[in-house]
Design a protein around this ligand. Structure first.
Ligand code: ZN
Ligand code: ZN
Length: 349
């Protein structure tokens, strides 16, 4: 297989800061598209993986799975992209393509396993796939997405993971007119969930532990913002919510939020708390309530989400950084000190 050397930012070990390195990308095959990367978002799971917190990191690692760029080369069989197109790569870059889940557009559930855009076995080059903290990306056109030209490409980058992670469950659990949708937590995921749920037509109630975020929730479009430490405010939401999207990635009390649901309501987890969460049987039995979870979305649904965001002028609120600031950004991300997503300007590489 023909390859070329490109610039990237990554690390060989948990305790080594990210730094400039060279990696190999394959040359385009007949169905491949190559893009020059313009912007790459920083997601909390990038941080987990460079620290091997999920236990399956393959070093060296180049993170990044919220990737936006311009198409620079296409394989001879490519039909969906042309050179110069604004394009994107999210979490998924390959799947078996013919199991029942792939056929229904749920590549994220592929029976044979999905290839992720970084830290997955690379079936062409060996080793691990390398993510978007790099100069270029190459993958099969079926897994590449179109970015509408009306979207700001830097603000659109976080839609590729954070955006689809909240869009998919909001759609699946039918957020829309007449529905009261709670958003638990305002971070990278939560701030996009507010904007998307509002654009879907739902009445949006934000729950936050931070008084400083109450005003911000309203600025982002929330109809109500509730301080979760305020007993009276919480009581006023009791039995009122149709759906609560829970974006919190630390241990927290789910039972409090199950109590806010109407009968048949659901609390849907999209954050990834490392500890198990306890649920009282009474809180789901009474009122036929559900506690569920959701993780990213398929390729067609990701494209649908990008088109929805273009139509409703939705992008992430970002802090644009240079790639040389990435270690500092990870330290701040760990502390929750970002409004609301770091995006790297890859021209700095
Ligand atoms: Zn992510
Ligand atoms: Zn499959």
């Amino acid at each position: 297989m023909n390859t070329k050397n490109i610039k990237a930012f990554g690390t060989e070990a948990i305790d080594t800061p990210l730094h400039a390195m060279q990696i190999k990308r394959r040359e385009v095959m007949p169905h491949d598209v190559e893009m020059q990367i313009l912007y790459c978002g920083i997601c909390h799971s990038d941080l987990h993986q460079i620290r091997n917190e999920f236990g399956h990191t393959m070093f060296p690692i180049v993170p990044g799975h919220e990737i936006v760029g311009r198409v620079t080369r296409i394989g001879e069989q490519v039909t969906k992209f042309e050179t110069g197109d604004l394009a994107a790569v999210g979490c998924i870059i390959d799947s078996c393509g013919h199991c029942e889940y792939c056929e229904e557009g749920f590549e994220q559930f592929c029976d044979k396993g999905v290839t992720f855009s970084f830290n997955s076995p690379d079936k062409y080059l060996g080793g691990a796939t390398f993510g978007g903290f790099s100069e270029t990306y190459v993958c099969n056109e079926q897994y590449m997405l179109h970015i509408p030209e009306t979207l700001d490409p830097a603000g659109a980058a976080p839609l590729l993971c954070a955006g689809i992670t909240v869009y998919s469950p909001l759609k699946h659990w039918q957020a829309g007119p007449g529905k009261k949708v709670g958003i638990l937590g305002i971070g990278g995921l939560g701030h996009l969930a507010i904007k998307i749920a509002k654009a879907m037509g739902a009445h949006v109630v934000v729950f936050t532990t931070s008084p400083s975020k109450v005003e911000d929730a309203k600025r982002l479009g929330a109809d109500e913002a509730v301080l979760s430490s305020d007993h009276d405010q919480m009581k006023s939401c009791f039995n009122k919510m149709d759906l609560i999207l829970d974006t919190v990635s630390a241990k927290h009390d789910i039972n409090t939020y199950l109590n806010l649901l109407r009968p048949d309501g659901s609390v849907v987890l999209v954050g990834l708390p490392p500890e198990s969460l306890e649920i009282s049987a009474f809180n789901v039995v009474h009122g036929r309530k559900s506690f569920s979870g959701s993780n990213i979305g398929g390729i067609a649904e990701t494209q649908e989400m990008l088109d929805f965001c273009a139509k409703h002028h939705i992008t992430a609120d970002i802090e644009l950084i240079r790639v040389q600031q990435v270690n500092e950004a990870f330290t701040r991300l760990q502390k929750g000190d970002v409004h609301y997503r770091f995006v790297i300007d890859m021209a700095s590489l």
